[in-house]
Design a protein around this ligand. Structure first.
Ligand code: CA
Length: 248
């Protein structure tokens, strides 16, 4: 029914995902901890069962205030946030967490699905944005992407003569000046700086960094954002191919 915002793909039962579709083997790692902030009385418990059935350790916060408290006092690997919440709206909650220095990846799960809603969510500090009604398999796949993307503390990449801190999402120049990046800007720079000798096509960048988008024009937009923040030489245009890290 519409209130839960869930559609089921194929044969997926409500007790959990189809086992054969879950090919990730992360058994050696401790169970990832998820915080679900969702006030819907059906969807919240359903998500809890879904994530438990997938081997995660989820907590459920039924309102923004509880979500804020849990996120600030416990360690989580991924946040799943509704937007329409009592007490504190989801993006407001995320903004408060980001301003307090919390960098844990967040997926916004909401019925607000216009382009401007998505842009507001991603600019508001979310790593991903999934619109209700959603498919269970897609939600689980996106959570796995966020878990794989987790940076280790202190992880840095060279960007020209500057140091890119993946956790803090800052690029610090030789003179000590730091530039803060948004989540998507950071993801794009991480891809390019992770393989500095490689030229990526716009389609490859779109698939890696903006899996929920369909137009490669978004890649150009974010290249523009990064050049504006970090200097035009930061990213080189490779004619006939796409983009690579600049000559520095
Ligand atoms: Ca809600």
């Amino acid at each position: 029914m519409a209130a839960t915002g869930v559609t089921k793909a194929g044969s997926g039962p409500s007790t959990g995902p189809a086992c054969e579709s879950d090919t990730m083997t992360e058994a050696a790692l401790p169970a990832a901890r998820l915080l679900v902030v969702e006030d819907d009385r059906e969807l919240g418990p359903l998500l809890l069962r879904l994530f438990r059935g997938s081997g995660y350790e989820p907590d459920l916060a039924p309102d923004g205030q509880t979500g804020l408290h849990l996120a600030l006092t416990r360690r989580y690997d991924v946040l799943i946030l509704d937007r329409g919440l009592p007490a504190i709206e989801g993006l407001d909650l995320l903004g408060r967490l980001r301003r307090s220095g919390l960098t844990v990846p967040a997926l916004v799960l909401t019925a607000l699905g216009t382009v401007s809603d998505r842009v507001a969510g991603l600019d508001g500090g979310a790593e991903d944005y999934l619109v209700k009604p959603f498919e269970v398999d897609e939600l689980l796949a996106r959570v796995r992407v966020l878990l794989r993307r987790r940076a280790t503390p202190g992880e840095r990449l060279a960007v020209g003569g500057a140091a890119f801190d993946l956790i803090a999402r800052t690029v610090t120049g030789p003179d000590g000046s730091a530039v803060a990046l948004s989540g998507r800007e950071s993801d794009l720079l991480r891809l390019l700086a992770g393989q500095p000798a490689r030229a990526f096509t716009r389609e490859q960048i779109l698939a890696e960094v903006f899996p929920d988008a369909s137009s490669v024009a978004l890649v150009d937009t974010y290249v523009h954002y990064l050049r504006r923040k970090l200097g035009t030489a930061t990213i080189r245009t490779v004619r006939g191919v796409g983009y690579r890290l600049g000559p520095g």
